[in-house]
Design a protein around this ligand. Structure first.
Ligand SMILES: Nc1ncnc2c1ncn2[C@@H]1O[C@H](COP(=O)(O)OP(=O)(O)OP(=O)(O)O)[C@@H](O)[C@H]1O
Ligand SMILES: [Mg+2]
Length: 283
């Protein structure tokens, strides 16, 4: 691989970010893992590679369908060269199923479901829903379009473009998920703006860390579903002494590993399997 002159900018939860000049960033995808908004010290082998290669696969697919993304080039197995953008500080959520925080908000009477949707946990929505949440808070809060406009990050035209791209991407990912025997329950995207004011898909996409995938063969409405990602870790931690009643506060970074080898191995396998099923390629 050719050597890049790079300046370290920061480490996110998963990626290390470098400025390589010329308006470009280098994202190094690591094997780091967080659960319950807590950064674990344990590493999941191959996770970084899976996220990087799945994102690259998705971004190639976007390009083929005329959706512009920040990817310039995938380098090696876990590095991506990307266009540096002004990142809109909003997370864009696409939903196909009534689950997670959307279900909780529905139960509290805070949202209206698309017409004809059965009001049970994990029901398929009669049409996809696009929503926005805050990005720079440890617990994401829903944001209305009016609130986004008020903060003047983008205008109505850009919001409409973001919604349109999110629905297009949903279609592309639904096709892959269906072939893979997955249900794409919901997902998160991030968008940036380039020097010409154009809206561009950024960060990562179609990964187990940004999508809630369920195994289609296990799916049953009106039930809690197992998701195809770090669910194994989540379940383990929730039963672990100390976490069951009193988990560390969101945002904490643990200094010592706490996961048994077996849990790490199974989680790693799940990530690799997700890659292979979604892309129909060997890892
Ligand atoms: N093209 C881009 N230009 C600028 N920033 C980007 C671009 N694509 C992604 N980012 C940002 O780079 C970071 C990616 O690293 P990572 O996903 O590890 O961070 P994170 O801990 O999830 O960060 P955050 O909490 O900010 O989302 C994110 O903050 C993301 O918003
Ligand atoms: Mg991230």
């Amino acid at each position: 691989m050719r050597q890049l002159e790079k300046r370290f900018i920061r480490s996110g939860k998963v990626k290390d970010i470098y400025d390589v000049g010329d308006g470009k960033l280098l994202f190094v995808y690591t094997d780091r893992l967080s659960s319950h908004d807590v950064m674990l010290a344990d590493k999941i082998p191959h996770k970084g590679q899976v996220l990087c290669r799945l994102s690259a696969y998705c971004f190639e697919n976007c390009k083929a369908h005329g959706v512009e993304t920040h990817m310039i080039e995938a380098l090696g197995t876990n590095e991506m060269l990307a266009k540096k953008l002004f990142l809109i500080p909003v997370e864009v959520i696409g939903r196909n199923y009534l689950y997670g925080s959307y279900w909780k908000r529905y139960q509290r009477g805070e949202i209206q479901l698309p017409e004809g949707t059965e009001p049970v946990l994990a029901a398929r929505l009669t049409e996809p829903v696009v929503e926005f949440t805050t990005k720079f808070e440890t617990k994401d809060k829903p944001l209305t379009e009016q609130e986004i406009l008020f903060r003047e990050w983008v205008g109505t035209r850009e919001i409409d473009q973001i919604k349109k791209i999110t629905l297009e991407l949903n279609e592309l990912m639904l096709k892959d998920a269906e072939k893979a025997g997955f249900i794409l329950a919901d997902f998160k995207l991030e968008f940036g703006i380039d020097e010409n004011g154009k809206i561009i898909l950024a960060d990562e996409a179609e990964t187990p860390d940004t999508c809630r995938f369920w195994d289609a063969s296990q799916y049953q409405p009106n039930k809690v579903q197992d998701s195809f990602d770090k669910q194994i870790v989540r379940d383990y931690l929730e039963k672990m002494k100390g976490w069951d009643k009193n988990q560390p506060t969101p945002g904490t970074k643990l200094a010592k590993p706490i996961l048994p080898e077996e849990i790490i191995r199974k989680t790693s396998q799940r990530y690799v399997e997700a890659y292979e099923r979604l892309t129909s390629k060997e890892f």
